[in-house]
Design a protein around this ligand. Sequence first.
Ligand SMILES: *Cc1c(COP(=O)(O)O)cnc(C)c1O
Length: 343
Amino acid sequence: MRTWVKNAIREINADFQRSADTHLIKLGLPATPGIDLYLKDESTHPTGSLKHRLARSLFLYGLCNGHIQENTTIIEASSGSTAVSEAYFARLLGLKFIAVMPASTACRKIDEVRFYGGECHFVDHGSQIYAEAERLALESQGHYMDQFTFAERATDWRGNNNIADSIFSQMQSERHAIPRYVVMSAGTGGTSATLGRYIRYQGYDTELVVVDPEHSVFYDSFMQQDRTLTSAKGSAIEGIGRPRVEPSFMPSVIDRMIKVPDLASMATLRWLEKRLGRPVGGSTGTNVWGALQLAKEMHERQEEGSIVTVLCDRGERYIDTYHNDEWVASHLGNIADWENQLG
Ligand SMILES: *Cc1c(COP(=O)(O)O)cnc(C)c1O
């Protein structure tokens, strides 16, 4: 038993050793010349999103805690990037993987999970995924990874090349090496928890700003200091914004939150595509919209400095939705006014 776990951990570490760190992209902002914007490009991980880091951490956490052993079936409640990344690591270790997802999940995502050898188990409504994942784990004596609970504690926030450590070391030679702001959105809340804890641990003056889309409860929960809030409607921006305050969301390490309209996120996606030469996912639009608002504020205060945010995933998965004008017009409305604001 111990030998298998030892080998499994070695496999994950060897995979890490073969991987390169992700780029930090610098974007000039002509409208606010004293301010540099940086994008931590998490789309270049093998499974295409920042969830690659989370999946690696959750597997190591499960292995080192004795929850994952030879032949343990891995179960997760996720219709998105987490399922894809966990399927990758399950296959690396030769473990069976089942993603519990709503029947309405986009075909592209189902295909991605299956591409890495994962199975998809469908429920009628999004709200059923947690209980069904728990039930399946009990029935198969498997392990429910439970990203929404464990994201915050599975990551070593002090360093060890987590996303925060990597960002601050990649900033070292920049003219404004210590960012004024780091901007991130929240799905599990795990990434913002890591960023906020790391900033405090290192004693930086950087402020952590969390952006939140429409129909998510994180913003209201932060402002009202109430974790019991819920929202009836789900977020339209995949990967971020939740109808309940997830256990991994840590408001105490967040300095400020900004609510971002969905159309503002969509307009920013188009603005970004022109500057990067490639499409990116919806949450990146939300992040960059927030960063641009902060750049404007800094400019008005005649401050110079840097802002870092995260490019969370690739746009190819959203060509039929966020990058399709008809889809945006019929699902979210008219983006022209928002595009004009970006110039
Ligand atoms: C999960 C996710 C996020 C948010 O990250 P968390 O660490 O879960 O808060 C943002 N964008 C995308 C595309 C994601 O999949």
